[in-house]
Design a protein around this ligand. Structure first.
Ligand code: 87F
Length: 570
């Protein structure tokens, strides 16, 4: 990976080249964005990461007496329980489930094929949908000049400490430091100004699938918060606000579909408060998910109407049909690999991952159960063939160095939705045993014998049922985690009970900041903030919209203007 840049050869992580590029996190103020500061990073390993490191090593007990015994019989069991120790359960799960491999740059993770395949399902779905809408894919460079990055000051100001800069090539200082894209508004919009001349050039609608870098200092969590992540970013320009508004909601609906229909994760759609919106834009819409085990909301994807702020800064103008020069209306929208982490947190259990069938890289695993010298491997291969013909993602595990029991645990840990067991008696009876991953060991219907002749049809039905069932179960649990509060005491009680809280609010910036400060407590992450002002949702507790006359803000006692959904969050 190298690029000849005038006389300098620039390379990243490639020791073959003499000149290495150094990348540093930057800090405010804006004008000094690229200048190295004395203190760049917090200590390289937070206690949390140290723990992760041990789990990742996988050998021996993890850093102290707290760690539970790994199941003896298979060595495959998770070391922690979801309800008892969520953080360690999650770190352990993503590694043992073969989603993530740790890496020696803090906050960066390797996405193994098992998780990358899930990203590809998300990508394929969304990509197809936006193409139907007329959006085209593109690719812009990874690097941003300082001039472009800092042009729209509002946009980058709050984010400046997270921007990573390339300042050196080998031993020599670059003349102009260049930033690594944290998002591509400032990369793309100078070019928009060039491409857009008249109303016939509009709408301009492009998207790119790429990586971005944000040098976060909060403790990293695989998928949820990493310093480099994958996403799609859509950037569009219109002649009118109405067209932009319409697209914002159409994209948000696609995000809802990705979460609910692919990942089986229920989300709440709404608009962000002034404090929480993207500062460079006009308004931000969001899909919000919730992790019941920790009682935290998580921003799942955002679709922004940028208004004309960027158009003004980057002079993105067009001549309308009357020959008048006007500024365009813009949107930007993004969905990241965070989505995979949210799915893992919601559906995973003490045995491992639970993958919804639509995003499971393998939907059915077929395992032979030899008995008295009879090896059912050939029957397994026949079943694999039969199901593959019907387009299921299926695989036989015929390894002879593992017992059937070990294989059961292994594929349960990896979250494969269905396993088929075939033994000599099944062959005689022309049937197979089908076992579902989504139900508890003793649950009715977890395991059933199905005639080989009905297999294709029944597997299809069961996978559909599982897909729906996972969403329904998650939605039920999520809904039980939404409380309504009309005053501070009820609000605090609900929050401390790991709930999201729907409350009448005066919609004042100072009040939101005050609530955040008052709810901050040691060791419990940040304070509560507004997750969104939900659009009408039939899955939410009854929201009386418009608010009844005279109702007061739960926090300030001033007249309430709207319902807001509050919560602690990731
Ligand atoms: C970090 C550093 C510099 C977020 C940042 O949400 C700039 C930014 O602009 C920054 N972190 N953002 C906001 C990104 C807005 C927007 N961009 C396109 C999205 C979706 C995709």
């Amino acid at each position: 990976m190298s690029e000849t840049d005038g006389e300098k050869v620039v390379s990243i992580n490639d020791l073959e080249f003499e000149n290495k590029v150094s990348i540093t996190g930057a800090e405010t103020p804006l004008k000094d964005l690229h200048k190295p500061k004395e203190k760049k990073e917090k200590p390289t390993k937070t206690p949390k990461e140290k723990k992760e490191g041990v789990v990742h090593g996988g050998s021996g007990p993890a850093g102290g007496a707290k760690k539970k015994e790994v199941k003896k019989e298979s060595g495959l069991g998770l070391a922690f329980k979801k309800e008892e120790n969520f953080g360690d359960w999650y770190s352990d799960l993503v590694v043992r489930g073969e989603m993530i491999e740790y890496y020696d740059v803090s906050g960066c993770y390797i996405l193994r094929p098992w998780s990358y395949a899930i990203w590809e399902f998300i990508k394929d779905f969304f990509d197809k949908e936006i193409k139907k809408m007329g959006i085209e894919n593109t690719y812009f460079p990874l690097f941003v000049s300082e001039k472009a990055l800092t042009k729209e000051k509002n946009h980058v100001e709050g984010f400046a400490p997270e921007v990573a800069w390339v300042t050196k090539s080998g031993d020599s200082q670059l003349e102009e430091p260049i930033a690594i894209r944290p998002t591509s508004e400032t990369v793309m919009y100078p070019i928009f100004a060039k491409w857009i001349r008249g109303h016939r050039d509009l709408p301009l609608r492009i998207n790119q699938w790429c990586n971005v870098v944000r040098w976060e200092f909060k403790h990293p969590t695989p998928f949820i918060r990493s310093r480099e992540f994958l996403w799609q970013e859509g950037h569009t320009a219109f002649a009118t606000k109405e067209e932009a508004d319409k697209e914002v909601r159409a994209i948000l609906e696609l995000y809802r579909q990705v979460y609910e229909e692919l990942l089986a994760v229920p989300v709440i759609q709404g608009v962000k408060s002034e404090v929480e919106k993207f500062a460079g834009g006009l308004y931000t819409t969001t899909v919000e998910a919730f992790i019941p085990t920790t009682g935290r909301g998580v921003q799942a994807a955002t679709s922004h109407c940028l208004g004309q702020n960027f158009a003004k800064m980057f002079e993105i103008m067009f001549e309308d049909d009357k020959g008048e020069r006007k500024m365009v209306w813009q949107n930007s929208w993004g969905l990241t690999t965070r989505s995979i982490g949210v799915m893992v947190m919601i559906h995973g259990d003490d045995k491992g991952l639970v993958l919804p069938p639509r995003v499971a890289p393998i939907q059915v695993v077929v395992i032979p159960v030899p008995f008295k010298g009879i090896d059912p491997s050939d029957e397994c291969l026949k079943v694999v063939h039969q199901l593959q013909q019907a387009d299921f993602r299926v695989k036989a595990d015929l390894r002879d160095n593992y017992s059937p029991g070990w294989k059961y645990s292994h594929w349960e840990l990896k979250g494969v939705p269905l396993r088929i067991e075939i033994g000599p008696r099944d062959i005689e009876k022309k049937q197979v045993r089908v076992v579902r991953r989504d139900l508890e060991d003793k649950a009715v219907g977890r395991s059933q014998d199905i005639p080989v002749a009905d297999l294709v049809e029944r597997i299809g039905e069961i996978l559909d049922e599982m897909q729906k069932g996972l969403l329904e179960r998650a939605r039920k649990e999520r809904s039980s985690c939404i409380a309504t509060a009309y005053n501070w005491d009820d609000f605090m009680a609900a929050l401390n009970n790991k709930k999201m809280v729907l409350a009448p609010w005066c919609d004042e910036v100072a009040v939101e900041e005050n609530v955040k400060a008052r709810t901050k407590c040691e060791g419990d992450g940040g304070g509560a903030k507004t997750l969104c002002m939900p659009f009408e949702q039939d899955t939410l507790p009854v929201v009386q919209d418009p608010l009844p006359e005279g109702i007061k803000c739960f926090a300030s006692g001033k007249p309430a203007k709207k319902w807001a959904l509050w919560g602690r969050s990731y």
